[in-house]
Every structure is written in C-alpha cells, then in structure tokens.
Design a protein around this ligand. Structure first.
Ligand code: PLP
Length: 409
C-alpha cells in the first residue's frame, strides 16, 4: 500500500485564516444586521493599473494572431521582463544583479515555499517569530521542523527568533548557533517592521561566516517610505554570496489575482560546492512551465513611466490608510507599530489581553475583522495585525469603531 508523507499530518488542523473565517461567519449568522469591515486578510482592493491592463489587452490580441502567438515560454521568464526588473529594481539603485539571475514565477508564496527543496532535511531552520506561516509550514511538510507542540505553538526543530518591541521586531543574530536556512522578511509581515542596512549587514556577515543561506522576502518593498531603509538584501555588501531574494508584483501592483513574482539567485551563491542558481534552474525547468505571456507583458508595463506613476498612486492610497490607522488607534490609547514602511500595523492589545480575546472583542463590539497576532507565532501573542489594504472609507469607519470599542474598556 502506498505510504503518504506523514509530515502533513503533523500540521496543526486549523490554518489561521480558516479559524478567523469560522468565527466571522458564526458572528455574521448570529447578527445578520452587522456590517462587518474586514481589515484582516492581506489582499489588496485597488484595481490593476490601466497601464497594466492595456498591455495585457494588447498581449491577448497578439496571442490571437499566428505571428504573435506564444506557446510555452522560457521557464525563467521572458527577457523583456527580466531586463526591466534588473534595470529598475536593482541596477537603478546601484545594485549588481543581472537579468540572468532573475527567475519569474507565479508568486512569492510558491517560491518561498518551494525553495526549501534545494536544501537537505537535516538543516537547522531559523524563522522570525511572529512569522509568515508559509516558511514554517513548508519546512514542516519537508520534515525539517520536527514535531509541533500545541502548548507552546512551536515546532521542535525550528529555531524561533523572537521579534518583539525590545528588539524593534528585528531578530537578534544567533551567534554561536548553527542555522543553515534563515528566513528574513522586511518590510515585515505581520509586524510592519523594517531592518536597517547595519542589521542586514550583520546577518550577511553571519551567513557568510557560517555558511548559512538567507532567504530574504521583500514582497512589501514598494511600501518603503523612508529614505535610508534598504529595499533589497543585495544593497548590503557580501549578500551575493549568501542570499536569495523573493519579490512580488502582488502588493506592488495589485497582482494578487493575476500572479507574477520573481526570485533572485546570484550566480555567486555557492553552498556545498554547488551553485544554487543552477539547482533552482534545474528545479524550475522540471516543475514549472513559466508565467503566462499575457501576464508578463502586464508586469512589464509596471516599469513604464505611466505604470510607475499609477503604481505609486495606489501605494500612496494604502499608505494614507496606514497613517489613518496608526494615528486613530494611537489617539484611542493603543500602542501601535509598523505602518510607515509597510501596509501592516501591529497593535498591542490593551491591558495584556490575549490576541484572540481582542480579536473577538473587536469583531463583536466594533464589527471589524483583524488578525490575531498569536496566529503568526508565540511572540505574536498580545498583538493584532490590521491591514491598510481596505478602501479609504472603510478604513476610516473601522478606526472610529475600534476607538469607540476601546473607549468602553
Ligand atoms: N511573502 C509574504 C511575506 C507575504 O505576506 C505574502 C502574501 O501575503 C507573500 C509572500 C505572497 O506573495 P504572492 O502573492 O506573490 O504569492
């Protein structure tokens, strides 16, 4: 009889957003008049920029002609898009990344989840706590996380690096301990924190000296508003020999439903005598048949002057929401973090209340859906995450309602 991958059975049953969904549906059924506002799940709400949709329309028309038809494309992505990415996202900032080092994909979720395939099961994996759950769950599926402990909410074999107010939500370097794979995400989901160039420099030094690999998730790079915050790990000297970077058009340009992202693996990154660029290339050409031509043409339009202007407008819209949330909740007496270089605001629960208790309270008294911090890891307990991806009007109403609900405590 076939045997299944039993690592899947170790995954805790209820994924965070299913549990939220269950509670929200239960509440909505019991209170059909309630007008709930969702500031929980991190999906965008603004439409695609017209520069993107127009480019996609043109590409669709091309596909309807014998000369313009595109079948299977290059697994790594079309040159036109990889060149635009290398020029705009890296070389323009003085970062040494070539088009050949860029792999197009259907999402940073798939890439960050699949990248673990390149590494042995016996590697020690370090993750931030709180953490984007994909890093943890995919390592658990691969058998790299050990056993899940329902009491602590931790996987036995993972190294959780607490990201708390005291360290500015940037993890301390585990000097002395051997971590093989290190997942870093800045601007961070869920805390909205950013790491400075010096902090990233220390991580790069650690990875180069210990032979570790940093998997750097920069999915929220477009939300950086402060001058001196690094947009890429490759801004740091030495990163080309220790880091892989994930980027996505999802939050930058509204591609959550359109699907396009990319991963950068420098050709100079070698571990165990093997170039990881060559390994990933082998993996992708075996398991992935490329991003649709039409979608890549849409993504290319992001790099036109009109596309850039429109994308900046949308980001500015979400940034205004983030400010409204930050200010409004601060005025309501709550302690808030993030929201300056990220679309996420990390809110301390009042009076040491548990994350889920505060989540329920806001659902019931304010009709606002948030995300309980505890769902992102043990150090997320005592926080909720609020997202800036709603409509401007909903965001203002939600903040007023939360302030009112908190005022009654
Ligand atoms: N990385 C982080 C940190 C995220 O928060 C998300 C989405 O919420 C993703 C990656 C997924 O990006 P994509 O839509 O490109 O799969």
């Amino acid at each position: 009889m076939v045997r299944i991958n039993r690592n899947f059975l170790k995954l805790p049953g209820s994924y965070l957003f299913s549990e939220i969904d269950r509670r929200v549906k239960g509440y909505a059924q019991a209170h059909p008049q309630a007008q709930l506002i969702g500031l929980g799940i991190g999906d965008v709400t603004r439409p695609l920029p017209s520069a993107v949709t127009e480019a996609m329309h043109r590409a669709v028309e091309e596909m309807a002609t014998p000369e313009g038809f595109h079948g299977y494309g290059p697994e790594q992505g079309y040159d036109f898009l990889r060149r635009a990415i290398a020029r705009w996202d890296y070389q323009r900032r003085g970062i040494d990344i070539t088009p050949e080092e860029i792999f197009l994909s259907d999402g940073a979720k798939s890439d960050s989840g699949n990248m673990g395939e390149l590494f042995g099961v016996d590697n020690v994996v370090a993750v931030c706590d709180p953490v984007y759950p994909v890093y943890v769950d995919t390592n658990a599926m691969a058998g790299r996380a050990g056993e899940f402990d329902g009491h602590t909410g931790r996987w036995g074999a993972l190294r959780y690096m607490p990201c708390v107010a005291d360290n500015g939500f940037v993890p301390d370097i585990p000097w002395g301990e051997e971590a093989g794979l290190i997942y870093l995400c800045f601007p961070n989901n869920p805390t909205g924190a950013v790491a400075s160039r010096e902090q990233l420099g220390q991580w790069v030094e650690y990875a180069n000296s210990s032979g570790a690999v940093i998997l750097f998730d920069a999915a929220y790079e477009a939300f950086i508003s402060q001058e001196d915050v690094p947009h890429s790990i490759f801004e740091v000297a030495g990163a080309r020999t220790c880091a892989i970077e994930f980027r996505s058009f999802s939050k930058t340009a509204g591609f959550t439903g359109t699907r396009c992202a990319y991963t950068v693996i420098p050709k100079t990154l070698v571990r165990d005598g093997v170039a990881l660029h060559a390994l990933w290339s082998r993996r992708q050409s075996t398991k992935f048949n490329g991003v649709p031509y039409v979608v890549q043409r849409g993504a290319q339009a992001v790099y036109t002057p009109e596309g850039q202007r429109q994308v900046r407008e949308t980001i500015a819209y979400y940034q205004r929401n983030a400010q409204v949330i930050r200010k409004g909740l601060e005025q309501a007496g709550l302690t808030v973090y993030g929201g300056v270089n990220a679309p996420y605001i990390w809110v301390k629960t009042p009076d040491g209340m548990g994350s889920w208790v505060f989540f329920d309270l806001l659902l019931e008294r304010a009709g606002v859906v948030t995300t309980p911090g505890a769902g992102f890891g043990p150090s997320g307990e005592g926080y909720i995450r609020v997202t800036a991806f709603g409509s401007g009007a909903d965001t203002c109403r939600a903040v007023e309602r939360i302030a009112q609900a908190v005022g009654t405590l």
